[in-house]
Structure formats: C-alpha cells, structure tokens
Design a binder for this molecule. Structure first.
Ligand code: MSP
Length: 496
C-alpha cells in the first residue's frame, strides 16, 4: 500500500528555526510510522524560493537572487539532515522539473482562468492578497504590513468552486484535521469565495507563464504544485502512481497556511482533474519562553543550538509530548529539562537500564519462558498490542496521544519490575524470574518500536541492546529465543 506525507516547503528569506523543524519532525514521525508498518512511503520536503519576499531579501543583502537561493536552500537541507528527517525528496521550486510541473498544471486549469486587473492590498510577508476588512491600523490580522498593488493579472475562478469544496468537506469529514480547524475553513468558504489573482506582471522572480509574456505565477500556485512535482508530475507514465500517492497523502501544515492547502489547492486540483489529498493537518505555533519568536526580541529558537545542548531525540520527544499536536505551545528551557529528567532519564532510561543491567548480572543471558502466569501475561499482551493501539491515533495524526500510549507501557513496565522484585526472584524462584524477564524484554522491544518514529536514534540503541532488527512492526509478534545480550549503557546520561 502507498502512503505520502509532505511538509510545507519553506520560504528562504531567513534562517530555519524551531517552527520549521517542528513541521518537518511531525511529518518525519508520520513517515517513519508508515514505513515501520510496511507501507511504500513518499516523503517530501523542500524550499519555496520564488516571490517578492525572497527577491527583496536577496536585494537587501546585495546578492543575486539565484546565488542567495542556493545558499539559503542549503541551510534548510542542513536543518532537515540535522533533525534526522527521513525524506525521500528535497524539492526546490527553482528546479526545472518543478517549472515544468507548474506550467503544466497552469495549462490544465486554464479553462478557469481569465485576465483582469488586480487592485488591492498585498502582504509580502505572507505572500497573500488581503481584503480591506482584514486590515487594522495598516496591518493584517497576522500583524503583517500591507502595500497597495495594481497590475494586470490572471484570475482563477475560485468562486465557481465554493459548492464543490463544501461538498468535498462534507463527504470527507476528516479531510481537514483537527476538527476545530475544519470548522473554521468551512465557515470561511461558506462566507463566499472571491476569484483569486494567480499571476504577477510587475515582478519577475517567479515561474513564467506559458504563452503569457510578462507574467509570472503567483508564488502560492507555484509552491502548492511542489507536492505533485515531487511525485513525478506531469510524466504520463507516473499518472497511476501520482494518483494513488495523492489519495493517501497527508499534508502537514501550520495553521496560518491552512487556507491555501484546504481551499485553493483542492480547487486547483479539481479544476485540473487530479485527485485530492487525503488530509490537510494543521499544527499550532510555538512561542519561546512565553513570547512570540522574533529576531528583535532575540528569542528565536535555533534548532542547531537546542539540539547541540539537549540532544536530538530529547528535542524531538519534547515537541510532541509537551503539547497536543494541533495546539500552540511554549518552548522553554525549564520545560524541556523537566521532560528530560522525568520522562526520559527516570521513566524510560531507568526501565531499560534496570532490566538489561539485571540480565548482565545473571550471566548476560536471556533464558526465555513464555509459560506465563496472569502477572506476566498482562504485560506481554499489552506489549504485543502497543502498535495496534497507536495505529488508530496515528491514522488521525494524533502524535501526542500516540506517544502517551508508549509512556503508559513504560509506566506499567516500571510498576511490574517493582511488583515482581526480580532481585528477590533470582535467589528464591529462578523459574518465575525467567518469565518475568521474558515479559520485560517483550515490553522493552515494543517500547523500542513505539519510540522508533519519534526517537529513531534511541530506538536503535534499544534494539541493539536486545538484538532486534527494528525495521518492521511485524517483528513484535515473534517470540524471543535464548540469547546473550551486550551490556547496556545509559540512554540519557544525567548532565553534571
Ligand atoms: N512557503 C510557505 C509554505 C508553502 S507550502 C506549499 C510558508 N513557508 S514558511 O517558511 O513561512 O513556513 C513554513 C511552516 O513553518 C509553516 O507550516 C509554519 O506554520 C511553520 N512555522 C513558522 N513559524 C512557526 C512557529 N513559531 N511555530 C510552529 N510552526 C511555525 O509558509
């Protein structure tokens, strides 16, 4: 079965920060879970390089915009690698393959396009047309400055798609998640859709429009097309693959760009006769130490810096454990430090350490015994069923609840150690000890798998301790055999 997941493609006007890393890690977790579940995954990310905003940024540092784009795009690729993203494709909108895809899509929707003049407000920061009623004190509701724009432009008949979109949302109730966001989009569409200006004529940093000299594409139609460029559009030989991937595709986006993905993008796809994605999932925003992140406040969280300080997996863990996926959160040092010492070092680290170090004390050998009594059976069954409890949550991208399910098994396993007191069994009931340890190895293996999408390096360490391949969830269903284990090391050493 095929599965596709995407991150937004990032504007390259500034350096990557934790907000970008967040969207990328979310999509990475979703991609990794699907791969472990045996699906054929296409996972794409990349950079959104055209538009006024990028052109002006290059200008402000006196650089040629191509050269500027190469340097900035590389920073996003480096960030993607730094956070251990398992992307299959890193797409740049300045690539030839993308120009071809965007121009083909334009031709496919041309029947819905007409020429007129745009006269109105525009926010370069959000690359967005703004209506008069959304401007307060010369700024948009997002606080972005606006400028007056008047130019010849091609328009897409978005107004024709109002009913079709409403019908789509109704027939596909999980197209937009979380549900609260879905309701916002539906009321926006119900309130009436205006035709959308999709070309620029006073400006050149964009994809040229075939046969329409002097016009480049509006950066959002260009950017949204990246999702199908990455799948191989418009190659006719890839048509079936693209269709199948799109139908299973989850677009992870920030809440402020939901409208582009849940209204404009499906309308373009409908117009072009292409399949719509399965879902658009809107995540929330991070503040830093209680304040909006901003260069002038100096509180922008640099992913390289926090990963350097706390380690990658703890940062990945924190971002998806601290808040519900979809809500806003605050990135603070005290909160991440708390999570590391309680959840990671105490709960997870100690469990793995105490069980595996105990095995070392008893010759380093696991002697399996699956002839469980009720005590071990419960832990065994809860371990084997971990992924099937996570799956329905992951199907709705409820990353937070899914991760909490892993921590419930960790807590249950720690309690099991305390109740069973293996250090006493070693002296007076070795038969029972083997059953207890077998059940615990089962739980540690399942925990490793449950963690793997979220904390891949940590999961790998756990798998190596207990000789587990760790490539597919299926492995959880096989019995352990008698074997020697290597001595474990601390997963999360305490900082001095
Ligand atoms: N280029 C467009 C997306 C085009 S997708 C076809 C864009 N780029 S962006 O670089 O401005 O933002 C990309 C993503 O980063 C968005 O999903 C946005 O929500 C996310 N974040 C930017 N700042 C953020 C926080 N402070 N917190 C969480 N995510 C935020 O929009």
């Amino acid at each position: 079965m095929k599965f596709c997941v995407t991150t937004p493609i990032y504007y390259i006007n500034g350096d990557p920060h934790i907000g970008h890393a967040y969207a990328s890690i979310a999509a990475d977790i979703i991609a990794r879970f699907a791969r472990l579940d045996g699906l054929e995954v296409h996972f794409s990310t990349g950079t959104d390089e055209h538009g006024i905003k990028v052109a002006r940024s290059a200008e402000s540092v006196d650089m040629d915009v191509h050269e500027f784009s190469d340097i900035m795009s590389k920073k996003f690729r480096d960030m993607s690698d730094k956070i251990n993203m398992s992307y299959d494709d890193f797409i740049r909108t300045t690539e030839k393959r993308h120009e071809k895809a965007a121009q083909t899509l334009w031709k496919m929707i041309e029947k819905d396009i007409y020429c007129d003049t745009y006269a109105g407000w525009y926010s370069a920061r959000d690359e967005e047309y703004v209506t008069e009623s959304d401007i307060v004190d010369g700024k948009t509701t997002n606080g972005a400055p606006v400028e007056w724009m008047e130019e010849a432009s091609y328009f897409f008949r978005l107004s024709d798609y109002q009913d079709k979109l409403l019908d789509w949302y109704e027939k596909n109730p999980n197209f937009i998640l979380p549900t609260s966001r879905r309701n916002e989009v539906i009321s926006f569409v119900r309130s009436g859709l205006k035709d959308l200006s999709i070309s620029r004529s006073k400006f050149t940093w964009g994809i040229p429009i075939p046969h329409l000299d002097g016009h480049v594409m509006y950066v959002w139609i260009d950017a949204l097309t990246n999702y199908i460029t990455s799948l191989g559009y418009p190659d006719p030989e890839k048509a079936d693959y693209i269709a199948e991937m799109m139908k299973s595709c989850v677009h992870v986006v920030g809440k402020e760009i939901l409208r582009f993905h849940a209204v404009y993008w499906p309308a373009f796809l409908m117009s072009a006769g292409l399949p719509l994605p399965k879902r658009v999932y809107a995540h929330g925003w991070w503040t830093s130490e209680g304040q909006k992140m901003s260069k002038s406040v100096g509180n922008v969280v640099d992913p390289h810096e926090v990963i350097g300080e706390y380690g990658l997996d703890p940062v990945r863990y924190f971002l998806f454990r601290e808040i519900k996926f979809g809500e806003d959160g605050d990135f603070s040092r005290s909160a991440i430090e708390k999570r590391i010492s309680f959840d990671l070092a105490n709960d997870l680290g100690n469990l793995v350490q105490r069980v595996l170090a105990f095995i070392q004390k008893t010759d380093g050998r696991l002697v399996v015994d699956y002839d469980f009594s009720a005590d071990e059976r419960t832990l065994f069954e809860n371990s084997r069923s971990l992924v099937s409890r996570m799956r329905p949550l992951m199907d709705k991208q409820d990353l937070h609840a899914s991760l909490s399910t892993v921590w419930e098994l960790i807590a249950e396993s720690n309690k099991f150690v305390n109740d069973m007191r293996p250090w006493e069994l070693v002296k007076n009931n070795p038969k029972k000890l083997n059953k207890v340890i077998t059940a615990l190895c089962e739980s540690i293996r399942s925990i490793g798998f449950g963690l793997a999408p979220f904390m891949p390096d940590t999961a790998r360490k756990i798998f190596d301790f207990i000789n587990v391949d760790g490539k597919l969830f299926q492995e959880i269903q096989s019995d352990f055999v008698n074997q020697n284990f290597r001595a474990p090391f601390m997963l999360f050493p305490k900082k001095s």
